[in-house]
Design a protein around this ligand. Structure first.
Ligand code: ATP
Length: 196
């Protein structure tokens, strides 16, 4: 079986970019957030449970009403935990299924914004945290999306702090430099991961 390595980090830290660069080197990457998005719209049991608990407003034209749910779970740990408990068992099941397809690889990356907040961290052997300075993250996200600085800061406040993520992670990748520097760092981590 392959070694599963979780990749996580706060908004704009560079998770997706890091995973893309590993992928370019031939490393399989499974995107947990994409799986979750797909399943909330396609899995009838998830849909039924969300509708039962969060009400009919939680779906709009058969599609999960993300802004409504985000509003419901915002600053409400109990409701957030409930939502995660409905979705995550199926996300984990799907990750396990997909990772079996890559069993010939020494290691596989699983990208997810939330690891420590869900039971996902128990399913991987190691966690790689992606970290970058707050100002850099704000600047990068504002260039990437139409978000304002305040919106990015608000999201940061609702995520686990960088200190907590670093404390819990097994490996930390600092992504404050250029893309070319990031590629060199990824080469370094690939060498380490290949020897685990
Ligand atoms: P989110 O949590 O919002 O999904 P993320 O952690 O996946 O974000 P990315 O989307 O990978 O972050 O990166 C945010 C933006 O910063 C992207 O536009 C990406 O191209 C850019 N970026 C990431 N790393 C670097 C870097 N080392 N140099 C320059 N730009 C970078």
């Amino acid at each position: 079986m392959s070694i599963l390595i979780g990749v996580t980090g706060g908004i704009g830290s560079g998770k997706t970019t890091v995973c893309r660069l590993f992928h370019e080197k031939g490393i399989p990457v499974i995107y947990a957030d994409e799986i979750s998005h797909t399943l909330t719209n396609t899995n009838p049991i998830i849909k039924k449970n969300i509708l039962e608990y969060f009400g009919k407003e939680s779906y709009k034209e058969n599609t999960l009403n993300r802004s409504y749910l985000a509003h419901r779970v915002f600053n409400n740990p109990k409701e957030l935990a409930k939502l995660n408990s409905i979705i995550h068992p199926y996300v984990i099941q799907e990750i396990e299924k997909q990772s079996q397809q890559y069993s010939s690889h020494h290691y596989i990356l699983i990208e997810a914004a939330l690891f420590f907040e869900t039971e996902l961290h128990e399913k991987v052997e190691y966690i790689l945290a992606i970290v970058a300075d707050e100002e850099k993250r704000i600047q990068r996200v504002c260039e990437r999306d139409t978000k304002t600085k305040e919106e990015v800061q608000q999201r940061m406040q609702n995520q686990l702090s960088t200190e907590k993520i670093v404390e819990k992670a097994d490996f930390v990748l600092y992504n404050n430099g250029t893309l070319s520097e990031l590629k060199t760092t990824i080469q370094f981590f690939d060498t380490i991961f290949s020897k685990l």
